[in-house]
Design a protein around this ligand. Structure first.
Ligand code: ADP
Ligand code: XUL
Length: 454
């Protein structure tokens, strides 16, 4: 029976998952492994997968670290005892928006890749917005108004700040197409799901938009990969992986972004059914038959790997904010849960605005935490205040999708926490189901390998 490999390169770790498919077509989990960047690759000096920076608006990661993690992951797979010859296909997903800059020889023309937590391109967002005729025009064209972390504004900033390095750059990948390139040993294309996170793709044609390219940087068209349907087999595992790790020439299916991949991993099938992923970032997303762009400029419409569209709203203060409150009060996750159990819904009026890092939604460019009717030393009420604030924001800033939420599938690391999901259910007044699988992006990647690589 064939095996299928899914890989997810997220902010903090690289995960691998192997599925087998029985005669009836049902997938079964046979192997999984995760590599935490900070712990497994300490030589890169990242914290939570991000390079330390004096400027809180800058968030970068070393692309070489992602490549090393892939090598480590495939090395571990090769010594797993699995019959590697059975691996028929591989696909993957990655944190969205991060850009990787390569020169003509395949070396890095920029050592550090800006990632989705970067908020340093407000000027470039304003310039692109003005050139394209305002925020709504940008959103109608690309699915989102100009956002600081999106690839277009980031590329424009690089072009403005380091022309020589931009000129030396032959290819600008997203993390997903960079990782796929390593697997096939060549230049991999992007899929429309991840390419929608750039402010460069025309959402309706799934092709690069000439006006957006022109508003961003000169000569950009030649530096971007092709965009191909998410179902495309883009090549086979390169001879390098066969020689080093005994892997077969398995098909490689186009990679996508972690959120589009989660649509498949969660199995979203209809509007009104949404997923909330509580990972490093918190996201809420659902399928859309038509691209109804967020009128208030809050969320995004991306192409979905299922061939439709998806609406999504993203919050930067996800797990890291929860961890900060947990650590401030000397708790572990069990203590955090106990705090939620011991406090009533509404928290007796105690509230928090929990922007421990600059926030994407609502836009809060400078981090800051404010407490109302809440003593900083009151552990239990601080815990409930941060969770109620996060769940209320998830509800309020996803209303633009225009379909009442009936059912929520919870995924991501913090979905392991029942008490957090209880608050989610209370705030949304909806049925919350926890997926057995906390890494739905990686599962989605493996399922896409099954579907398109069989
Ligand atoms: P990502 O894929 O974005 O790197 P994950 O989805 O793997 O992140 O989530 C990792 C996070 O899950 C950790 O940073 C941690 O804060 C959180 N987490 C893990 N277990 C719990 C728990 N029991 N309660 C709350 N949060 C948890
Ligand atoms: C999506 C976003 C984040 C990253 C995290 O727009 O910025 O969810 O994809 O991995």
């Amino acid at each position: 029976m064939p095996l299928y490999l899914g890989i997810d390169c997220s902010t903090q770790s690289l995960s691998l998952q192997v599925l087998s498919v029985d005669a009836g077509g049902a997938p079964r989990d046979v192997w999984r492994h995760a590599i935490n960047f900070d712990r497994a690759l300490p030589q890169y000096g990242t914290r939570h997968g991000v390079l330390p920076s004096e400027d809180p608006a800058i968030a970068c990661a070393p692309p070489r670290m992602w490549a090393d993690a892939l090598e480590l992951g495939l090395a571990t797979l090769s010594s797993s005892g699995l019959d590697l010859a059975r691996i028929a296909a591989v696909s993957g997903s990655a944190q969205q928006h991060g850009t990787v800059y390569l020169d003509a020889a395949g070396g890095f023309s920029r050592a550090a890749s800006p990632i989705w937590m970067d908020t340093s391109t407000s000027t470039e967002c304003a310039e692109i917005t003005a050139a394209l005729g305002g925020p709504n025009a940008v959103a109608q064209l690309t699915g989102s108004r100009a956002f600081e972390r999106f690839a277009g504004p980031q590329i424009r900033k690089f072009w403005k700040q380091d022309r020589a390095a931009y000129e030396r750059t032959a290819r600008i990948h997203l993390v997903s197409s960079f990782m796929a390139s390593l697997l096939v040993g060549g230049d991999a294309p992007l899929d429309p799901g991840d390419a929608s996170g750039m402010n460069l793709m025309n959402l309706r044609t799934s092709g690069w938009d000439p006006r957006a390219l022109e508003a961003t940087a000169p000569g950009l068209r030649d530096r971007l990969p092709r965009i191909v349907p998410s179902s495309t087999v883009i090549g086979v595992l390169a001879p390098k992986w066969r020689g080093r790790f005994g892997l077969p020439p398995a098909k490689v299916v186009a990679w996508t972004g972690d959120n589009p991949s989660s649509v498949v991993g969660v199995g979203l099938a209809e509007e009104g059914e949404v997923a909330i992923s509580l990972g490093t970032s918190d996201t809420i997303f659902g399928l859309m038959r038509e691209p109804r762009v967020s009128p208030d400029g809050v969320g995004h419409v991306f192409a979905s790997p299922t061939g439709e569209f998806m609406g999504i709203t993203v919050f930067a203060n996800g797990s890291l904010a929860r961890e900060r409150v947990r650590d401030m009060h000397g708790l572990d996750w069990e203590g955090f849960s106990a705090a939620l159990r011991s406090t009533p819904p509404g928290n007796d009026g105690a509230r928090m605005l929990p922007y421990f890092v600059p926030e994407i939604t609502p836009r809060v460019p400078v981090a800051g935490v404010r407490r109302f009717n809440l003593d900083e030393r009151d552990a239990a009420r601080n815990v409930r205040a941060v969770i109620e604030a996060q769940m209320t924001a998830l509800k309020k800033y996803s209303a633009w999708m225009g379909v009442p939420v009936r059912k929520i599938h919870a995924t991501g690391g913090a979905s392991a926490n029942r008490e957090i999901l209880q608050v989610m259910a209370e705030v949304f007044g909806a049925n919350v189901q926890r997926l057995d699988e906390t890494n739905s992006a990686c599962l989605g990647a493996a399922l896409r390998a099954v579907k398109h690589g069989s």
